[in-house]
Design a protein around this ligand. Sequence first.
Ligand SMILES: Nc1ncnc2c1ncn2[C@@H]1O[C@H](COP(=O)(O)OP(=O)(O)OP(=O)(O)O)[C@@H](O)[C@H]1O
Length: 613
Amino acid sequence: MAEPNPKPNLLVRLRGSFEHTPRTLLLLFRSAKLATITLFVLTLAAAVLPLGVAYAGKAIVDAVAAHSREATLRWVLVELALVAALALVQRGMGLLRSLIGARLGLDINGAILEKALTLELRHFEEPQVYDQLTRARREASSRPLAMVTETFGIVQSLVTLAGYGALLFRWSGFAVLALALASLPGAIAEVKLGNLAFRLRNWRSPEARKLNYLEYVLANDAHAKEVKLFGIGQVLLERYRALGEKFYREDRALAVQRAGLGWGLSLLGTGAFYACYASMALGAARGDLTLGDLVLYGISFRQGQQAFQSILSSLGGMYEHNLYMSNLFSYLAIPTNDGASAPKIALPDAAKREVEGDEAGREQGIRFEGVSFRYPGQEKLALAKLDLFVPRGQSVALVGHNGAGKTTLIKLLTRLYAPTEGRILLDGKDLAAWDLDALRRRIGVVFQDYNRYQLTARENVGFGSTPHMEDADRLSRAITRGGAEEVLATLPSGLDTQLGRWFKDGTELSGGQWQKVALARAFMREEADVLVLDEPTAALDAEAEHAVFERFRKLAEGRTTFVVSHRFPTVRMADRILVIDGGRVIEEGTHAELVAKDGRYARMFALQAEGYR
Ligand SMILES: Nc1ncnc2c1ncn2[C@@H]1O[C@H](COP(=O)(O)OP(=O)(O)OP(=O)(O)O)[C@@H](O)[C@H]1O
């Protein structure tokens, strides 16, 4: 989002206050059509009724002054009816606002999350986008409603103001002008401070995220063990407090400024009111005004002034809400290359065949052509000029030191990232040209940091292929292939057991058991002919890992497989081993060839073999 201009002038700010109003109202209208219309009608009623009440008040006083019992009673009843109607309207508005707020919050949060699904991995790793997302989510349920309430409030105040203005005008045009002028300074101050408050929150958005993070580390089960054993709780808490205190001081300064200025400037309005009131009272004493008129003008003046002030101070609020909405809308408009975010346009048949890659005569396999990759904001290349061809059906193992670039290669292969340079072809077709869904269907992956869904075992496995979540045969095949049968056998409600500790009656699994579930999830993708295991077996003991890979190899027969592992019993099973270092392939061949070569691989192998002795 573009940072707000540090010193926008009042007019710019005024325009900025309404920039996103139409789009927000449209959102509202789409979310809750009937409720919006009703709210608008009630808003108009709430604007007009107080005028009636004021007029009835005047009529009562005049009737009393004329000693008319009947007229007095009649007007009291009229006022009662109007006040009752006003109360009803206000209740109705409150109800509608809370309903609309809930509906709008749900829809907007839904849209934010839907957009998050289409963001690419790199977006989640960009602090700016992440801040935008966090800001959008944090206030999604309150801001849009506040904006709508404020807009309607302005309409209401305008109508009320026009009514009181008309009533007052009968007495003195000068008074109307005084009413407006006396409210102006306070309102301008409000607009300015509102802008300051927004910018304060925006500036500290990264710090606010840090505050949330500290809170999360301090109060979350995954971190509790280390936090206790290393005794880092106190250090983190102190940091949390220090940051929290800084926020508090900033907020306090602003609040004090707001209250002080507000009070000082409202005195001006009050002074103007009493000056006019005195002049009206003197007029009444002289007999120029009836007592009823005095009451009516007094009320009109005060209420009108309030309405005017509330319009102007609403502008300050509107400015803030608009800045929030602009953050939301620009987040929603983040361009993504991901096919998932592109509008789904039906491809003509010929083009479809192209992207599905089933044309005869094309090479079968995966080709890296001069592929380089640099993470956003990094100087160093994580992969440098990689050329590689893996024919369909080959099993490839990637080995190399930590940070060598193995996972990066997998991320590019699965199109989580696009190469900075060069291209990757699957069956002769650039990955970028593939329909993303078709591509993802062909690839089954388990990463080292696979997810542990705090959901049922059925969902944990079934998520591997959501269209087949209810397919009992497929689930059971996947569980067998992943080696998770024993895990399932120990679960109290079988597939319907809630896993994890977050929710009631959840069964927590061991690291190795979770891994087997994750493997079973990957095996749900029966159509996938490219299988990737990026060290998902690290929590398994060496024997179990070996067993998993033996089974994996058998099951993967005829498919292309990529395995990242630091364990040689696993690595040596592959048809082809790639030794990666500094983002390049420095050696390749079968286990026997590489050992014979007596290079890096042979050294790494000897070292590990020693460890096992
Ligand atoms: N999201 C990221 N943003 C920036 N740099 C990254 C990111 N992920 C990895 N890197 C960097 O890219 C390089 C390659 O990392 P990669 O994860 O591919 O290594 P790896 O070979 O899989 O290591 P390991 O065996 O530890 O898993 C490293 O220098 C790492 O610091």
